[in-house]
Design a protein around this ligand. Structure first.
Ligand code: FES
Length: 280
C-alpha cells in the first residue's frame, strides 16, 4: 500500500521544468476531479496514447497504476490529488520517463468553467532541448484534454438533461418493415437504441430480430447510441465496459449492467417497446 499522505515532490524537480500548458475548460470542478481520479478511461478514451492500464491502488487520494503506452512501453504512474490546493501531480514512478512529473493546478472561473495550468518537469533534458520537449508535452496534453473535455461536457449534459417522451406503458416504435436499422427513441424518461440484431435470422417483423438497450451507459452515462453490437455485445467507448445487448448482463467483469430495459413486442407488423418491471 502506498503512503496516501500528500508528499510534495523533491524541490529539485522545479529545476527540471520544460514547459507549461494552459487551458480554459467548460466544465465544473466536480467533473474535473472526477476525470482526474478516473484512471479507468485512459486506454479507452485516450487509445492513441495508452494501450492498457492495471490499477494497483486507488482512492480519494488518487491512484497508482501500471500503464502500457502506444509504443508498448510499460510505466508505473502515480497521481496524487490535493483538493485543498486544487492541484494534482502525476509522477512517473518507473518506465522510460521515470522521474518526470506533471503538476496541474485548477482554478474555478464560473460554475461550469475552470482554468488549468499544467507544468511539465522532466529529468535529463539538456537546456537546449527543453523548449522542444516542453512543446511535445503540451501537444500531447492538448489531445488528451480535447478528449477529456468532450467526455466531461457530454457527461454533464446527460446529467442535466431531462428526457421527455411517452409515460405510457408502451410505445409504438414503428412498422417493422419500414424502420431504419437503428433508431434512438425516448420512452418513460430514458432513451433507448432499437436496432436490428446482426446475429438474428428472424424476419424483420419478428421482435426477436431486434434489440433494445439504453442509449447511455449505466456506468457514467457514456454514449451507446452509436455503439456497434459485435457478437451480441455493446462496448462503451469511455471505459470499455461491455454489456450483453439482449440480456443487459455485464460481460467485462464490473458490477453495473443494463436495468429495466423495456421489452420489444411485435404486433401485426408493428414494433413496440413495452415497459418491463423486471431487471433485464
Ligand atoms: S461510461 Fe464508463 S463504461 Fe460506459
Amino acid at each position: 500500500m502506498p503512503d496516501h499522505d500528500y508528499i510534495a515532490p523533491d524541490p529539485q524537480t522545479r529545476t527540471l521544468h520544460v514547459g507549461s500548458y494552459r487551458r480554459v475548460l467548460p466544465v465544473s470542478l466536480e467533473r474535473m476531479y472526477e476525470n482526474t481520479l478516473d484512471w479507468e478511461h485512459l486506454p479507452h478514451l485516450h487509445d492513441s496514447s495508452f494501450r492498457s492500464i492495471n490499477c494497483l491502488d486507488s482512492g480519494a487520494w488518487g491512484w497508482r497504476a501500471e500503464v502500457v503506452d502506444h509504443k508498448a512501453q510499460v510505466s508505473e504512474l502515480e497521481l496524487r490529488l490535493d483538493r485543498s490546493r486544487r492541484r494534482w501531480i502525476t509522477r512517473n514512478v518507473s518506465g522510460p520517463s521515470e522521474g518526470a512529473e506533471i503538476w496541474t493546478l485548477v482554478s474555478p472561473l464560473a460554475e461550469h468553467q475552470i482554468e488549468i495550468v499544467v507544468d511539465f518537469f522532466v529529468p535529463g533534458v539538456p537546456a537546449e532541448a527543453k523548449e522542444k520537449v516542453g512543446r511535445a508535452y503540451a501537444k500531447a496534453y492538448t489531445t488528451l484534454y480535447d478528449e477529456d473535455e468532450a467526455m466531461m461536457v457530454a457527461r454533464q449534459r446527460h446529467l442535466d438533461q431531462r428526457v421527455e417522451g411517452s409515460r405510457d406503458s408502451e410505445l409504438l416504435v414503428g412498422v417493422a418493415t419500414e424502420l431504419a436499422q437503428r433508431q434512438v427513441v425516448a420512452f418513460r424518461g430514458r432513451e433507448y437504441v432499437v436496432c436490428r440484431d446482426p446475429q438474428a435470422s428472424y424476419e424483420v417483423d419478428n421482435a426477436k430480430a431486434w434489440l433494445a438497450f439504453p442509449a447511455l451507459c449505466p456506468h457514467q452515462l457514456g454514449p451507446l447510441a452509436d455503439a456497434e453490437v459485435v457478437d451480441g455485445a455493446v462496448r462503451c467507448p469511455w471505459h470499455g465496459y461491455q454489456f450483453d445487448a439482449r440480456t443487459g448482463a455485464n460481460l467485462s467483469g464490473q458490477a453495473c449492467r443494463f436495468t429495466q430495459v423495456p421489452q420489444l413486442v411485435a404486433r401485426a407488423g408493428q414494433l413496440y417497446l413495452v415497459a418491463s418491471e423486471r431487471t433485464t
